[in-house]
Design a protein around this ligand. Structure first.
Ligand code: DX5
Length: 230
């Protein structure tokens, strides 16, 4: 696990072949993915409906690649325990779906998983100001949630930098993840702004040279930008 200091490439399972998810997890592990993200959508918080915990649990049985769950759901308190039991050791909830975010994060950690907070493009950084001691990852959405294949929002870069400053001031090893429209080009911008964990779905899965090449390219591009940041 990255622990807040490393560079992490996380393919999104949303872009995987949905008819072969177990094999896809194994192929992504072999291709060098650090972990994979399950985009969990309930058709209410976002229009689409995707995978449930049973699918994740079935894939858990065929790979030891770490799993994270990105809960784009109206009721994260209800959903989180199911995805921890299914084998996710990191559960990311949307601040916008949490009436009591402090309690929700406490609950995820009490289940033995790491807890992450996702911020939609409109949501201010201050939202996490009083829950940093309960947070293992902050996800700055670089698209509006609900669909793969969208355009990266460069307007989120000042927000990435602001979250980086908050995390560095806080001092604990909190990962800064970005999700949405991450390619070999946009990853450089997001890394330069302060991100260290990168979700990629469409670009990675469609790379003409395959997923290992895509992951290597993303890692090299991010490393260059992070190096220049230091
Ligand atoms: C949006 C999803 C997507 C997905 C990545 O709700 O979270 O961002 O994971 O999709 P791409 O990489 O295709 O933008």
């Amino acid at each position: 696990m990255n622990g807040g200091s490393g560079l992490v490439i996380v393919p999104s399972m949303l872009a995987a072949d949905q008819s072969r998810l177990g094999e896809e997890c194994r192929a992504l592990a072999a291709a060098g993915a650090d972990r994979v993200q399950w985009d969990v959508m309930d058709g209410r918080f976002v229009p689409a409906i995707t995978v449930g915990p049973d699918v994740v649990a079935a894939c858990r049985r065929v790979t030891d690649l770490p799993f994270e769950a990105h809960l784009m759901v109206e009721d994260p308190d209800e959903a989180a325990p199911h995805f921890v039991r299914a084998g996710c050791d990191l559960v990311i909830v949307h601040a916008e779906a949490c009436r009591h975010l402090h309690r929700t994060l406490t609950g995820i950690r009490s289940l033995g998983a790491r807890a992450g907070v996702a911020l939609n493009p409109h949501t201010p950084v201050d939202t996490i100001a009083h829950v940093l001691d309960l947070t293992d990852l902050v996800l700055v959405m670089t698209v509006n949630p609900g669909f793969g294949g969208q355009e990266y929002l460069p307007a989120m870069e000042p927000k990435i930098a602001a979250v980086r400053a908050v995390i560095d001031r806080h001092g604990a090893p909190i990962e800064l993840e970005v999700d949405g429209g991450i390619t070999d080009v946009t990853i450089r911008r997001a890394a330069a702004a302060g991100a260290g964990v990168f979700i990629s779905g469409s670009w990675l899965s469609r790379h003409p040279a395959g997923r290992a090449a895509a992951i290597a390219e993303l890692r090299a591009a991010a490393r260059q930008s992070i190096g220049a940041r230091a």
